[in-house]
Design a protein around this ligand. Sequence first.
Ligand SMILES: [Fe+2]
Length: 229
Amino acid sequence: MHQLLHFSNPGVGTTRLSVPHDYAKVRQSSDSHHSVRAFEKRKYGKRCMTRIIEEPTSRIASLASAIDSLLASEACFDPRVIQRMIRDAFPDGNWLPRPMCQPGDEGYARHVLHSDAADRYTIVALVWTQGQHSPVHAHHTWCALCVVEGELLEEFFAYDPDGAAAVPAGSACRQVGEGSSGTAGLHLIHRVGNARPGTAISVHIYGVATSEMSSGINHVLPVVETAAA
Ligand SMILES: [Fe+2]
């Protein structure tokens, strides 16, 4: 079962945060099992070869293990490597169990997939319905994200030190397998959201303990409004 927490996220209202007490012990749901089988049937047809399917919990554990190894070995940490690790953990699209894909009513939903035992990072799935988006923000910590279902719009901003605000600086559509990453500070200022019909899901990894997520990730900034062309 999941513990549901609610916290205020500036700019998006209340965000639903689903935290498994011990996700490694949560068995794969029958729904996700069936979706894997359906995928197998589509990919290989009736003459389906036998293929060993890792359970989602094992895949999350594998991703966490890879991050643990990286953090233990990297003298110069680069969050772009984390972004590629997320992409590589989803070679066949979204395999997250259905409870981790549930949207929120008042804002995008965050579902915690893994909490590092040493509080160095947290892996979360973010679920976005059309029109849901983050506030414009820089980051208090390193971060990496990758889209695993649907499409997200990532809007970029530059920092205006005179006004201590964000200035629009372009955007990019992020398809499945694509994402973004950055270090703490004002190097990456963005707003992420779903501008398309349907649901989009992205997996994010932040360099904070799960207990620090509500205040330790987003550095929300005001936006300088520009005159329409
Ligand atoms: Fe961000």
